[in-house]
Design a protein around this ligand. Structure first.
Ligand SMILES: *Cc1c(COP(=O)(O)O)cnc(C)c1O
Length: 413
Protein backbone atom coordinates (compact mmCIF):
# COMPACT_ATOMS: atom_id res chain seq x y z
CA UNK A 1 0.00 0.00 0.00
CA UNK A 2 1.11 3.52 -0.60
CA UNK A 3 -1.03 6.12 1.06
CA UNK A 4 0.44 8.84 -1.11
CA UNK A 5 1.32 10.95 1.93
CA UNK A 6 4.57 12.92 1.73
CA UNK A 7 7.32 11.51 3.93
CA UNK A 8 7.38 13.87 6.86
CA UNK A 9 9.53 13.88 9.92
CA UNK A 10 7.40 12.52 12.72
CA UNK A 11 7.05 14.23 16.06
CA UNK A 12 8.08 11.09 17.92
CA UNK A 13 7.68 12.51 21.40
CA UNK A 14 4.05 13.42 20.66
CA UNK A 15 3.47 10.08 18.98
CA UNK A 16 5.03 8.23 21.90
CA UNK A 17 2.76 10.07 24.32
CA UNK A 18 -0.14 8.30 22.59
CA UNK A 19 1.12 5.04 24.15
CA UNK A 20 0.19 5.24 27.84
CA UNK A 21 2.32 2.24 28.80
CA UNK A 22 5.49 3.90 27.57
CA UNK A 23 5.35 6.46 30.35
CA UNK A 24 5.65 3.85 33.09
CA UNK A 25 9.04 3.01 34.52
CA UNK A 26 10.99 -0.21 34.89
CA UNK A 27 12.72 -0.65 38.27
CA UNK A 28 12.60 3.14 38.68
CA UNK A 29 14.37 3.67 35.35
CA UNK A 30 12.97 5.00 32.07
CA UNK A 31 11.34 2.09 30.25
CA UNK A 32 13.02 1.43 26.92
CA UNK A 33 10.84 -1.05 25.08
CA UNK A 34 12.80 -2.87 22.38
CA UNK A 35 10.68 -5.99 21.98
CA UNK A 36 8.10 -4.86 19.45
CA UNK A 37 8.88 -7.74 17.08
CA UNK A 38 7.43 -10.04 19.75
CA UNK A 39 4.48 -7.77 20.48
CA UNK A 40 3.99 -4.06 20.01
CA UNK A 41 2.45 -1.63 22.50
CA UNK A 42 -0.97 -0.12 21.86
CA UNK A 43 -1.83 3.53 21.17
CA UNK A 44 -4.70 5.35 22.83
CA UNK A 45 -6.69 5.07 19.56
CA UNK A 46 -6.77 1.27 19.92
CA UNK A 47 -7.49 1.30 23.65
CA UNK A 48 -10.33 3.77 23.04
CA UNK A 49 -11.80 1.72 20.18
CA UNK A 50 -11.94 -1.33 22.46
CA UNK A 51 -13.47 0.46 25.42
CA UNK A 52 -15.86 2.44 23.21
CA UNK A 53 -17.19 -0.78 21.72
CA UNK A 54 -17.59 -2.43 25.10
CA UNK A 55 -19.24 0.63 26.59
CA UNK A 56 -21.48 1.69 23.71
CA UNK A 57 -22.39 -0.86 21.10
CA UNK A 58 -21.32 -4.37 21.87
CA UNK A 59 -23.30 -7.46 20.86
CA UNK A 60 -22.65 -10.55 18.76
CA UNK A 61 -22.19 -9.90 15.05
CA UNK A 62 -24.23 -11.01 12.02
CA UNK A 63 -26.96 -12.89 13.87
CA UNK A 64 -28.79 -10.03 15.47
CA UNK A 65 -31.73 -8.05 14.24
CA UNK A 66 -31.37 -5.41 16.91
CA UNK A 67 -29.59 -2.10 17.17
CA UNK A 68 -26.48 -3.15 19.10
CA UNK A 69 -25.87 -6.19 16.95
CA UNK A 70 -26.25 -4.15 13.79
CA UNK A 71 -23.84 -1.50 15.06
CA UNK A 72 -21.26 -4.05 16.13
CA UNK A 73 -21.61 -5.88 12.81
CA UNK A 74 -21.03 -2.60 10.97
CA UNK A 75 -17.90 -1.89 13.05
CA UNK A 76 -16.57 -5.43 12.53
CA UNK A 77 -17.17 -5.30 8.77
CA UNK A 78 -15.65 -1.82 8.66
CA UNK A 79 -12.50 -3.30 10.22
CA UNK A 80 -12.45 -5.87 7.42
CA UNK A 81 -12.58 -3.05 4.86
CA UNK A 82 -9.76 -1.24 6.66
CA UNK A 83 -7.60 -4.37 6.48
CA UNK A 84 -8.44 -4.78 2.79
CA UNK A 85 -7.27 -1.20 2.15
CA UNK A 86 -4.16 -1.69 4.28
CA UNK A 87 -3.11 -4.69 2.16
CA UNK A 88 -4.62 -3.27 -1.04
CA UNK A 89 -6.76 -6.37 -1.50
CA UNK A 90 -9.20 -6.33 -4.41
CA UNK A 91 -12.16 -6.94 -2.10
CA UNK A 92 -12.95 -7.08 1.61
CA UNK A 93 -14.29 -10.60 0.92
CA UNK A 94 -10.65 -11.69 0.57
CA UNK A 95 -9.96 -10.78 4.23
CA UNK A 96 -10.48 -13.52 6.83
CA UNK A 97 -10.18 -12.74 10.52
CA UNK A 98 -8.36 -15.48 12.43
CA UNK A 99 -7.26 -15.71 16.04
CA UNK A 100 -3.69 -14.74 15.12
CA UNK A 101 -0.87 -15.35 12.68
CA UNK A 102 -0.45 -18.94 13.79
CA UNK A 103 -4.15 -19.69 13.28
CA UNK A 104 -3.95 -18.39 9.69
CA UNK A 105 -1.09 -20.75 8.74
CA UNK A 106 -2.95 -23.65 10.30
CA UNK A 107 -6.08 -22.74 8.34
CA UNK A 108 -4.26 -22.88 5.00
CA UNK A 109 -2.33 -26.01 5.94
CA UNK A 110 -5.45 -27.89 7.01
CA UNK A 111 -7.57 -26.75 4.08
CA UNK A 112 -4.88 -27.50 1.47
CA UNK A 113 -4.33 -30.95 2.99
CA UNK A 114 -7.97 -31.77 2.22
CA UNK A 115 -8.11 -30.50 -1.32
CA UNK A 116 -4.69 -29.85 -2.76
CA UNK A 117 -1.67 -31.39 -1.04
CA UNK A 118 -1.08 -35.12 -0.73
CA UNK A 119 1.60 -37.82 -0.84
CA UNK A 120 4.79 -36.68 -2.56
CA UNK A 121 3.59 -33.11 -3.15
CA UNK A 122 6.24 -30.52 -2.39
CA UNK A 123 6.18 -27.38 -0.27
CA UNK A 124 9.03 -24.87 -0.40
CA UNK A 125 10.01 -23.10 2.83
CA UNK A 126 13.06 -21.06 3.78
CA UNK A 127 15.43 -21.69 6.65
CA UNK A 128 14.43 -18.33 8.12
CA UNK A 129 10.80 -19.23 8.86
CA UNK A 130 9.06 -18.71 12.18
CA UNK A 131 7.89 -21.99 13.71
CA UNK A 132 4.28 -21.03 13.03
CA UNK A 133 5.08 -21.16 9.29
CA UNK A 134 6.99 -24.45 9.69
CA UNK A 135 5.09 -26.74 12.03
CA UNK A 136 1.75 -26.69 10.12
CA UNK A 137 3.69 -27.90 7.03
CA UNK A 138 5.47 -30.56 9.10
CA UNK A 139 1.95 -31.80 9.90
CA UNK A 140 1.41 -32.33 6.15
CA UNK A 141 4.75 -34.15 5.94
CA UNK A 142 3.84 -36.41 8.88
CA UNK A 143 0.18 -36.96 8.04
CA UNK A 144 0.00 -36.71 4.25
CA UNK A 145 3.50 -37.63 3.08
CA UNK A 146 4.17 -34.13 1.70
CA UNK A 147 7.84 -33.25 1.09
CA UNK A 148 9.36 -30.09 2.58
CA UNK A 149 12.06 -28.44 0.47
CA UNK A 150 14.24 -25.91 2.23
CA UNK A 151 15.61 -22.74 0.70
CA UNK A 152 18.84 -21.51 2.28
CA UNK A 153 19.25 -17.84 3.14
CA UNK A 154 22.48 -15.82 3.27
CA UNK A 155 24.05 -14.83 6.60
CA UNK A 156 22.10 -11.59 6.24
CA UNK A 157 18.85 -13.46 5.57
CA UNK A 158 18.74 -12.73 1.86
CA UNK A 159 17.27 -15.04 -0.75
CA UNK A 160 19.02 -16.11 -3.95
CA UNK A 161 16.35 -16.18 -6.66
CA UNK A 162 18.23 -18.70 -8.83
CA UNK A 163 18.53 -21.10 -5.94
CA UNK A 164 14.85 -20.52 -5.16
CA UNK A 165 13.82 -21.21 -8.77
CA UNK A 166 15.91 -24.41 -8.80
CA UNK A 167 13.80 -25.94 -6.00
CA UNK A 168 10.62 -26.18 -8.11
CA UNK A 169 9.52 -29.45 -9.69
CA UNK A 170 6.23 -30.52 -11.21
CA UNK A 171 5.29 -31.69 -7.69
CA UNK A 172 5.59 -28.23 -6.12
CA UNK A 173 2.19 -27.17 -4.81
CA UNK A 174 3.01 -24.35 -2.45
CA UNK A 175 5.66 -21.88 -1.37
CA UNK A 176 5.23 -20.73 2.25
CA UNK A 177 7.80 -18.10 3.04
CA UNK A 178 8.37 -15.09 5.23
CA UNK A 179 8.19 -11.67 3.61
CA UNK A 180 10.56 -10.60 6.41
CA UNK A 181 12.38 -12.69 9.00
CA UNK A 182 11.59 -11.92 12.65
CA UNK A 183 15.30 -12.39 13.44
CA UNK A 184 17.29 -10.94 10.54
CA UNK A 185 14.76 -8.36 9.31
CA UNK A 186 15.62 -8.70 5.62
CA UNK A 187 12.71 -8.27 3.18
CA UNK A 188 12.19 -11.00 0.58
CA UNK A 189 11.82 -10.13 -3.13
CA UNK A 190 8.15 -11.04 -2.89
CA UNK A 191 6.94 -10.01 -6.32
CA UNK A 192 9.66 -11.94 -8.17
CA UNK A 193 9.14 -14.96 -5.91
CA UNK A 194 5.40 -14.94 -6.62
CA UNK A 195 5.99 -14.76 -10.37
CA UNK A 196 8.38 -17.73 -10.26
CA UNK A 197 5.95 -19.76 -8.13
CA UNK A 198 3.10 -19.08 -10.56
CA UNK A 199 5.26 -19.96 -13.58
CA UNK A 200 5.54 -23.39 -11.95
CA UNK A 201 1.82 -23.63 -11.21
CA UNK A 202 2.35 -23.38 -7.44
CA UNK A 203 0.50 -21.23 -4.92
CA UNK A 204 2.50 -18.82 -2.76
CA UNK A 205 1.80 -17.73 0.81
CA UNK A 206 3.74 -14.95 2.50
CA UNK A 207 4.20 -14.66 6.23
CA UNK A 208 3.83 -10.90 6.60
CA UNK A 209 3.71 -10.86 10.41
CA UNK A 210 6.83 -8.61 10.35
CA UNK A 211 6.80 -7.13 6.84
CA UNK A 212 3.30 -5.77 7.40
CA UNK A 213 4.54 -3.75 10.37
CA UNK A 214 7.57 -2.06 8.84
CA UNK A 215 6.57 -1.16 5.30
CA UNK A 216 3.69 -0.89 2.89
CA UNK A 217 2.23 -4.11 1.52
CA UNK A 218 0.32 -4.41 -1.73
CA UNK A 219 -0.96 -7.94 -2.23
CA UNK A 220 -2.20 -7.16 -5.75
CA UNK A 221 1.19 -5.85 -6.79
CA UNK A 222 3.00 -8.82 -5.22
CA UNK A 223 0.32 -11.05 -6.76
CA UNK A 224 0.49 -13.62 -3.96
CA UNK A 225 -2.22 -16.18 -3.23
CA UNK A 226 -2.14 -15.80 0.55
CA UNK A 227 -0.72 -13.22 2.94
CA UNK A 228 -0.74 -13.39 6.74
CA UNK A 229 -0.55 -10.51 9.24
CA UNK A 230 -1.14 -10.47 12.99
CA UNK A 231 -2.85 -7.85 15.15
CA UNK A 232 -0.60 -7.67 18.18
CA UNK A 233 2.52 -6.73 16.18
CA UNK A 234 0.62 -4.02 14.27
CA UNK A 235 -0.07 -1.96 17.42
CA UNK A 236 -3.42 -3.76 17.71
CA UNK A 237 -4.77 -6.34 20.14
CA UNK A 238 -3.65 -9.94 20.49
CA UNK A 239 -6.18 -12.65 19.62
CA UNK A 240 -6.70 -11.49 16.04
CA UNK A 241 -4.84 -12.13 12.83
CA UNK A 242 -5.66 -11.92 9.15
CA UNK A 243 -5.47 -14.33 6.29
CA UNK A 244 -5.68 -12.56 2.96
CA UNK A 245 -6.51 -14.97 0.16
CA UNK A 246 -6.98 -14.25 -3.51
CA UNK A 247 -10.64 -15.05 -4.17
CA UNK A 248 -9.95 -17.89 -6.62
CA UNK A 249 -7.55 -19.48 -4.09
CA UNK A 250 -10.08 -19.12 -1.26
CA UNK A 251 -12.88 -20.62 -3.33
CA UNK A 252 -10.83 -23.79 -3.77
CA UNK A 253 -10.33 -24.27 -0.03
CA UNK A 254 -12.72 -26.29 2.11
CA UNK A 255 -13.42 -24.94 5.60
CA UNK A 256 -10.93 -25.46 8.44
CA UNK A 257 -13.24 -25.20 11.45
CA UNK A 258 -16.93 -26.06 11.55
CA UNK A 259 -19.56 -24.16 13.50
CA UNK A 260 -21.93 -21.25 13.33
CA UNK A 261 -21.73 -18.58 10.60
CA UNK A 262 -19.62 -20.66 8.22
CA UNK A 263 -22.56 -22.65 6.86
CA UNK A 264 -25.10 -22.12 4.15
CA UNK A 265 -27.54 -24.86 5.24
CA UNK A 266 -27.35 -27.64 7.82
CA UNK A 267 -29.69 -30.64 7.92
CA UNK A 268 -29.36 -33.93 9.76
CA UNK A 269 -27.94 -35.48 6.58
CA UNK A 270 -25.98 -32.71 4.86
CA UNK A 271 -24.17 -29.44 5.24
CA UNK A 272 -23.33 -26.79 2.70
CA UNK A 273 -20.93 -23.95 3.30
CA UNK A 274 -21.02 -20.19 3.16
CA UNK A 275 -18.83 -18.25 0.71
CA UNK A 276 -15.46 -16.74 1.71
CA UNK A 277 -14.71 -15.00 3.99
CA UNK A 278 -17.51 -16.31 6.25
CA UNK A 279 -16.75 -19.93 5.32
CA UNK A 280 -13.53 -19.56 7.31
CA UNK A 281 -14.91 -17.70 10.32
CA UNK A 282 -16.72 -20.38 12.32
CA UNK A 283 -18.28 -19.36 15.60
CA UNK A 284 -18.18 -15.97 17.25
CA UNK A 285 -15.17 -14.22 15.74
CA UNK A 286 -12.70 -12.03 17.67
CA UNK A 287 -15.13 -9.11 17.49
CA UNK A 288 -13.40 -6.62 19.78
CA UNK A 289 -9.96 -7.61 18.59
CA UNK A 290 -10.86 -7.15 14.92
CA UNK A 291 -12.35 -3.73 15.66
CA UNK A 292 -9.18 -2.88 17.62
CA UNK A 293 -7.03 -4.01 14.72
CA UNK A 294 -9.02 -1.80 12.36
CA UNK A 295 -8.37 1.13 14.70
CA UNK A 296 -4.64 0.29 14.79
CA UNK A 297 -4.36 0.19 11.00
CA UNK A 298 -6.25 3.48 10.66
CA UNK A 299 -3.88 4.96 13.22
CA UNK A 300 -0.85 3.72 11.24
CA UNK A 301 -2.31 5.06 8.03
CA UNK A 302 -2.90 8.41 9.73
CA UNK A 303 0.81 8.64 10.52
CA UNK A 304 1.75 7.41 7.05
CA UNK A 305 3.35 4.05 6.39
CA UNK A 306 6.19 5.69 4.45
CA UNK A 307 6.87 8.03 7.38
CA UNK A 308 7.00 5.03 9.74
CA UNK A 309 9.44 3.23 7.45
CA UNK A 310 11.62 6.32 7.15
CA UNK A 311 11.76 6.88 10.93
CA UNK A 312 12.58 3.23 11.54
CA UNK A 313 15.32 3.31 8.90
CA UNK A 314 17.01 6.17 10.76
CA UNK A 315 16.83 4.20 14.03
CA UNK A 316 18.23 1.11 12.27
CA UNK A 317 21.16 3.06 10.81
CA UNK A 318 21.87 4.65 14.18
CA UNK A 319 21.82 1.39 16.15
CA UNK A 320 23.87 -0.52 13.56
CA UNK A 321 26.50 2.20 13.52
CA UNK A 322 26.78 2.31 17.30
CA UNK A 323 26.78 -1.47 17.66
CA UNK A 324 29.53 -1.84 15.08
CA UNK A 325 31.76 0.29 17.36
CA UNK A 326 31.40 -2.25 20.17
CA UNK A 327 34.05 -4.89 19.47
CA UNK A 328 32.44 -7.33 21.93
CA UNK A 329 29.12 -7.38 20.04
CA UNK A 330 28.39 -9.69 17.14
CA UNK A 331 25.58 -8.73 14.76
CA UNK A 332 23.37 -11.13 12.80
CA UNK A 333 21.80 -9.74 9.65
CA UNK A 334 23.01 -6.62 7.89
CA UNK A 335 20.89 -6.51 4.75
CA UNK A 336 20.87 -2.93 3.45
CA UNK A 337 17.10 -2.48 3.46
CA UNK A 338 16.38 -4.46 6.59
CA UNK A 339 13.85 -3.50 9.24
CA UNK A 340 14.99 -2.32 12.69
CA UNK A 341 15.06 -5.89 14.03
CA UNK A 342 18.56 -6.32 15.39
CA UNK A 343 19.81 -9.76 16.43
CA UNK A 344 23.13 -9.78 18.25
CA UNK A 345 25.27 -11.54 20.82
CA UNK A 346 27.79 -10.33 23.37
CA UNK A 347 31.13 -12.17 23.50
CA UNK A 348 31.37 -14.55 26.43
CA UNK A 349 27.78 -14.04 27.58
CA UNK A 350 24.66 -16.08 27.15
CA UNK A 351 21.90 -14.04 25.45
CA UNK A 352 19.61 -14.72 28.42
CA UNK A 353 22.14 -13.07 30.77
CA UNK A 354 22.50 -10.13 28.38
CA UNK A 355 18.74 -9.69 28.36
CA UNK A 356 18.50 -10.00 32.17
CA UNK A 357 21.20 -7.39 32.75
CA UNK A 358 19.76 -4.99 30.16
CA UNK A 359 16.37 -5.42 31.80
CA UNK A 360 17.75 -4.04 35.06
CA UNK A 361 18.80 -0.90 33.18
CA UNK A 362 15.21 -0.48 31.97
CA UNK A 363 15.91 -1.87 28.49
CA UNK A 364 13.59 -4.69 27.37
CA UNK A 365 15.06 -6.96 24.69
CA UNK A 366 14.29 -10.56 23.82
CA UNK A 367 16.71 -13.49 24.00
CA UNK A 368 16.30 -17.02 22.77
CA UNK A 369 15.73 -18.87 19.52
CA UNK A 370 12.90 -16.49 18.49
CA UNK A 371 10.73 -19.43 17.34
CA UNK A 372 13.23 -19.96 14.50
CA UNK A 373 15.34 -22.98 15.42
CA UNK A 374 16.26 -23.92 11.82
CA UNK A 375 17.60 -20.37 11.37
CA UNK A 376 19.58 -20.58 14.63
CA UNK A 377 21.16 -23.80 13.34
CA UNK A 378 21.91 -22.11 10.00
CA UNK A 379 23.62 -19.24 11.86
CA UNK A 380 25.53 -21.69 14.04
CA UNK A 381 24.10 -20.45 17.35
CA UNK A 382 21.54 -21.75 19.82
CA UNK A 383 20.16 -18.34 20.69
CA UNK A 384 20.70 -14.61 20.18
CA UNK A 385 19.57 -11.43 21.84
CA UNK A 386 17.24 -9.27 19.76
CA UNK A 387 16.44 -5.58 20.02
CA UNK A 388 13.47 -4.67 17.85
CA UNK A 389 12.27 -1.12 17.31
CA UNK A 390 8.83 0.25 16.59
CA UNK A 391 7.44 3.57 15.48
CA UNK A 392 7.53 4.92 19.07
CA UNK A 393 11.23 4.33 19.66
CA UNK A 394 13.68 7.21 19.73
CA UNK A 395 17.37 7.84 19.25
CA UNK A 396 17.57 8.14 23.03
CA UNK A 397 16.37 4.51 23.17
CA UNK A 398 19.24 3.52 20.87
CA UNK A 399 21.67 5.23 23.24
CA UNK A 400 20.11 3.50 26.26
CA UNK A 401 20.68 0.14 24.56
CA UNK A 402 24.31 0.98 23.79
CA UNK A 403 24.97 2.20 27.36
CA UNK A 404 23.29 -0.91 28.73
CA UNK A 405 25.46 -3.13 26.56
CA UNK A 406 28.62 -1.38 27.75
CA UNK A 407 27.53 -2.02 31.35
CA UNK A 408 26.73 -5.63 30.50
CA UNK A 409 30.20 -6.07 29.04
CA UNK A 410 31.84 -4.58 32.12
CA UNK A 411 29.81 -6.77 34.46
CA UNK A 412 30.50 -9.94 32.54
CA UNK A 413 34.03 -9.16 31.45
C1 LIG B 1 4.95 -13.36 15.45
C2 LIG B 1 5.20 -14.06 14.19
C3 LIG B 1 4.39 -15.13 13.81
C4 LIG B 1 3.29 -15.69 14.69
O1 LIG B 1 2.22 -14.83 14.83
P1 LIG B 1 1.23 -14.97 16.10
O2 LIG B 1 0.16 -13.98 15.83
O3 LIG B 1 2.04 -14.61 17.31
O4 LIG B 1 0.71 -16.34 16.14
C5 LIG B 1 4.67 -15.73 12.61
N1 LIG B 1 5.66 -15.29 11.81
C6 LIG B 1 6.44 -14.25 12.13
C7 LIG B 1 7.51 -13.80 11.19
C8 LIG B 1 6.24 -13.60 13.33
O5 LIG B 1 7.02 -12.57 13.65
Amino acid sequence: MSDGAPITTLDIEALKAEFPILSRDAYGKRLVYLDSAASAQKPRAVIDALSYTMEHSYANVHRGLHLLSNETTAAYEDARKTVAQFLNARSADEIIFTSGGTDAFNLVSYAMSVSEIGEGDEIILSLAEHHSNIVPWHFLRERKGAVLKWLDVSDDGEIDLDEYASLFTDKTKLVAISHMSNVLGAPAPAKKMARIAHEHGARILFDGCQAGVHGSVDVQDIDCDFYVITGHKLYGPSGVGVLYGKMDALRELPPFKGGGEMIDMVTTETVTYNDPPHRFEAGTPPILEAIGLGAALKWMRGIGIDAITAHEARLRDHVLEELSKLNFVRLYGRAADKAPIIAFSVDGAHPHDVSAILDRTGVAVRAGHHCAQPLMKRLGVSATARASFGVYNTHEDVEALIDGLKKTHEMLG
